[in-house]
Design a protein around this ligand. Structure first.
Ligand SMILES: [Zn+2]
Length: 227
């Protein structure tokens, strides 16, 4: 199983690793900074030595780095990894912003997605309770209040005893290791989450609610964009 360095340090944008498997379309490594698509967050892209990483996917308990072409890369090679950092940092900003959005809108979250240019959460709520200007003002207030974020681990059993820590019904936190990660924005939000976040909400920068739209009876979608 690869060491997932982004979980302890999401700011690590480069490192060295060893190729442990070459598969059709990509490689596995002994350690990685590349976040695989999951939990609503888009996959990382970047470079492994001279090879371009165009996608990153979970593969069993490992991570598949999908390469533009695999020609010339081989098991045992020591390689330098480098993320498309600006893109990843935008994903971290949007991801953390969704934790704040979930705290501003008091309703069950039915889904969510984080892309590099926008992010959304779906809520089980009546349309008329979602007021664009109000959400935007409260969200930007939480951002400019500069809360420190933190992460810690709890066991699966502890999580089972506290079901309120699973906020997003359709995006369950990654399981199977016997532990899950809790992400806390003190006084604002506490939930199980495996994604990458910024250290301080001030780093998110000013956001706009770009759209509020009904996606069905139990899905009212609030979309955020950088202001
Ligand atoms: Zn998160």
């Amino acid at each position: 199983m690869a060491e997932l360095l982004f979980r302890e340090d999401p700011y690590l944008r480069a490192c060295e690793a060893t190729v442990t498997a070459v598969l059709e379309g990509g490689v596995e490594l002994d350690r990685t900074i590349f976040y695989p698509l999951g939990g609503g967050q888009a996959a990382d892209t970047g470079r492994i030595a001279d090879w371009r990483v165009i996608d990153t996917r979970k593969l069993g308990d490992g991570v598949l780095h999908v390469l533009e072409k695999t020609e010339g890369i081989a098991v045992g090679m020591k390689v330098a990894l480098e993320l498309d950092w600006e893109r990843r940092h935008r994903l971290m900003r949007f991801h953390t912003a969704l934790h704040l959005l979930g705290a501003v809108v008091k309703a069950p979250v039915t889904g969510g997605r984080i892309a590099e240019d926008k992010a959304h959460l779906d809520f089980d709520i009546e349309m008329e309770k979602l007021v664009k200007d109000e959400i935007e003002t409260r969200l930007n207030h939480l951002i400019s209040s500069c809360y420190e974020t933190s992460a810690r681990w709890i066991t699966d059993a502890e999580l089972d005893a506290r079901p309120e820590l699973v906020k997003t019904m359709s995006v369950a936190p990654p399981r199977g290791e016997g532990r899950v990660r809790l992400v806390e924005i003190p006084g604002v939000d506490l939930q199980a989450c495996g994604g990458t976040h910024v250290r301080n909400t001030g780093e998110i920068g000013r956001l706009a609610v770009s759209r509020i739209r009904s996606e069905g009876k139990r899905n009212k979608r609030v979309t955020l964009a950088l202001a």
